[in-house]
Design a protein around this ligand. Structure first.
Ligand code: UT7
Length: 343
């Protein structure tokens, strides 16, 4: 049986920087830089321009990951695309990115499968678990795993929406998961979900239990109420559960790998709130040099946070061959996950 290792990483964030002060001055949100930094650690985020979707950002991150893996894009056997902000209700972003990458063109087009994963902030780890399991089973040799989000299109950028609008940013990260006979790669992963909290952090812009799925007026034009249009979150409840679940799943993954936290060389946590991660870091006694963050610069990029962290750590030389990496995430659903990777 082969192992499944990460052969290449890449990331892309849109060039437009939106600072906390910009939220106030450009969008008129009643907030302050101090409030956002104190509560979340976020200093700025990136917003994509109109006309740019997650498949566009994902394709740019993917090109880099494929190049860094030293393979050709025609070597890919599958695409897994994790996002909570797909271009459309359907089809998924994976097929748009496949087309964008030029994988459906030419006589060598392989028409590889494209799977979308809808597990929000845990999406990348759900996708990584799926990809590595397929590679380890011997079914596939190279799987492209992308996490990409364009949140800025669906943020209520007004004072009404400030509790959520100040948290999120756009971006994409990608990895190639490849088969190897070497003793390295994705080791044990652990995933979980608790549907009792499904409505605690959600954007329910359409509801297919209703007839029709959004209300229409006499002229047949659909109207969406603000509470349906924008994401809703019970922040304190999410915060508390994030701390508990991330700590637990991280320890479960370590136990399953027969290691302790001290054996881990680098921790890559989901970037929802710097305070959540610092709480876990302090509770588990993780030294500063063993953990990476980017929420200060990008905000919460949901499914993209972990692959961006990995790609940045590789690029800066902080993550090197032979190191043991632990990733963990928590988000809407609730869903959570952790993975240990021998790099
Ligand atoms: O990736 C998905 C997972 N998401 C998370 O993990 C997020 C977890 N939750 C959190 O990080 C925190 O709950 C937040 C940072 C979102 C909010 O912090 P909080 O301490 O829970 O604040 P709060 O929502 O209880 O709001 C406190 C006050 C409210 O005002 P009143 O009602 O006390 O007058 C809010 O209206 O702060 C107000 N507020 C703001 N003020 C200035 C909320 N957002 C803002 C803002 N600027 N951006």
């Amino acid at each position: 049986m082969p192992n499944a290792y990460i052969s290449g990483t890449g990331f892309y964030v849109p060039p437009r920087v939106v600072t906390n002060d910009d939220l106030r001055t450009q969008y008129g949100i009643d907030t302050t830089h101090e409030w956002i930094v104190q509560r979340t650690g976020i200093e700025e985020r990136r917003f994509a321009d109109e006309g740019v979707g997650p498949a566009d950002l994902g394709a740019l991150a993917a090109e880099k990951a494929i190049a860094n893996a030293g393979i050709d894009k025609t070597d890919l056997d599958m695409i897994i695309f994790a996002t909570l902000s797909p271009e459309h209700c359907f089809p998924g972003s994976g097929v748009y990115m496949q087309r964008k990458l030029g994988l459906c063109e030419g006589t060598n087009a392989k028409f590889v499968p494209a799977l979308d994963v809808r597990n929000q902030c845990s999406g990348f780890l759900y996708a990584l678990a799926t990809a590595s399991s397929m590679v380890k089973a011997g079914a596939l040799k190279h799987v492209l795993v992308v996490g990409a989000e364009v949140h800025s299109a669906a943020l209520d950028l007004s004072t009404r929406g400030r509790n959520i609008a100040s948290l999120f940013g756009d971006g994409a990260g990608a990895v190639v998961v490849s088969a190897t006979e070497e003793d390295r790669g994705v080791r044990h992963w652990k995933l979980g979900a608790d549907g009792r909290f499904a409505d605690v952090l959600a954007q329910r812009v359409w509801d297919t239990r209703k007839r029709p799925f959004i209300p229409v007026d006499a002229a047949g034009i659909g109207h969406v109420e603000p509470e349906m249009m924008w994401a809703q979150m019970e922040g304190k409840l999410v915060f508390k559960n994030a701390v508990e679940r991330m700590m637990t799943v991280l320890m479960e993954a370590c136990i399953a790998n027969n290691i302790t936290g001290a054996d881990i060389d680098l921790f890559c946590f989901h970037q929802a709130n710097l305070r959540i991660n610092q709480y876990i870091q302090n509770a588990l006694g993780i030294p500063d040099e063993k953990i990476v963050h980017n929420i200060q610069r990008y905000g919460n990029t949901t499914a993209a946070t972990i692959p961006i962290l990995l790609a940045e750590a590789v690029e800066s030389g902080k993550l090197k061959r032979g190191m043991k990496v632990a990733c963990c995430a928590f988000g809407s659903g609730f869903t959570w996950g952790a993975a240990v990777i021998d790099w």
